[in-house]
Design a protein around this ligand. Structure first.
Ligand SMILES: C[S@@+](CC[C@H](N)C(=O)[O-])C[C@H]1O[C@@H](n2cnc3c(N)ncnc32)[C@H](O)[C@@H]1O
Length: 348
């Protein structure tokens, strides 16, 4: 028997999440929605929690059609929760929490959906319901439900893990502008790291790109450099917690003068400094273009760069973009860009 599972994702990378689901044999993709990949799985167990590009994995309890923009939707959703199959109501904890979201304007709020569904789930499970309305914070360990609506179709689903998947246990050390781990995993997927021998992040920050890359690059040597010594220490500590320290090398260096031999790197994964939140320092403060000159020098001719770029109107000098994936994250719209040295034949 198959279960309908739903992977939640950063908007823009849904197709990459779908590709990871298919590649890892976790299920067969049924549909892509806004921030969701719906898939049928024969194994709704812990294997699903190995998905790297997903923010979260949910197990569907009900799909409800006919959810319009008016307030009758609240009654319809409450009825669907009241009639959920008893088998889908598993889970124990200090209570029940519900988190709702929808696409487009509606004549009701997310909190009204949460409270309508939460009250019914509490009745069915005999657990207290903890509302988020008015700033309430449900106690840790509560059974976490999600309601999402796109068009006229709603999903009522149970979160498959105790905490959201994007919250990586290794990442207790952080820095301003640090990368969302599922996006870092998406960069590795775009870079097709499988055969890579050396992977470099010249502005590694808290180390997220390379720690995530370990799962995609089984044979690679991974080198993380950053201008700030404290940041490099944070990356090393995160890697140690992830149990990845043996494959990773960290060092203090300026991205404008990389201590790396020419044409020796197969993949570069980078989220360069940008704007006021994470300003370039050292040589890059004077000339941010030096980073790209150095990346071009150290990259092998058939090498690939995957960069998360903010506000960069043109391809970096000496490179051509072979793929761009625009993402939405915390109100910003950076672009995941796959670059090859200019003048080489393009590859998808
Ligand atoms: C957007 S952050 C990178 C975030 C990182 N991907 C992470 O997951 O934490 C940019 C990084 O560039 C570093 N940086 C700034 N100027 C630099 C330079 N000249 N050389 C190398 N790194 C630099 C900053 O210290 C910061 O850690």
């Amino acid at each position: 028997m198959h279960t309908l599972a739903v992977a939640r994702a950063v908007h823009g990378i849904e197709p990459l999440v779908a590709a990871e689901i298919q590649r890892s044999g976790l299920g067969s993709v049924r549909a892509l929605r806004h921030r969701e990949v719906w898939f049928d799985t024969a194994d709704p167990g812990p294997a699903l929690l190995g998905l790297r590009t997903a923010d979260d994995v949910l197990l569907a309890a009900a799909v409800v059609d006919g959810i319009g923009h008016d307030r009758t939707a609240l009654r319809r959703l409450a009825r669907a929760a009241r009639e959920l199959d008893a088998g889908s109501l598993s889970g124990r904890g200090p209570g029940v929490e519900v988190s709702a979201s929808f696409v487009g304007r509606r004549n009701y709020t997310r909190f009204e959906i949460e409270d309508a569904v939460g009250a019914e789930l509490a009745r069915r499970t005999r657990l207290p319901y903890h509302s988020r309305a008015g700033g309430g914070v449900p106690p840790r360990g509560s059974v976490a439900w999600r309601v999402t609506i796109e068009g006229e179709r709603a999903l009522i689903a149970l979160r498959a893990s105790g905490t959201p998947l994007h919250r990586r246990p290794y990442k207790t050390g952080s820095i301003a502008g640090t990368l969302h781990p599922p996006l870092a995993a998406a960069m590795s997927q775009l870079g097709r790291l499988g055969e890579a021998g050396t992977v470099l992040d010249p502005c590694c920050g808290a180390g997220t790109t390379l720690i995530e890359a370990c799962a995609f690059a089984p044979r690679a040597r991974l080198l993380g450099l950053d201008h700030a010594p404290g940041v490099v220490a944070t990356a090393a500590a995160n890697a140690a917690r992830a149990g990845r320290q043996s494959r990773l090398v960290w060092a203090v260096a300026d991205g404008g003068r990389l201590p790396v031999a020419g044409a020796s790197v197969d993949r570069v994964l980078v989220n360069p400094p940008w704007g006021r939140q994470v300003p370039p320092a050292g040589l890059l403060a004077r000339d941010p273009g030096l980073l790209w000159r150095e990346v071009r020098r150290v990259l092998a001719d058939d090498g690939v760069v995957v960069a998360l770029l903010h506000d960069l109107p043109q391809d970096p000098r000496g490179f051509e973009a072979v793929r761009r994936v625009a993402v939405s994250l915390s109100g910003r719209h950076p672009v995941l860009t796959v670059l090859r040295k200019r003048g080489r034949a393009s590859r998808g």
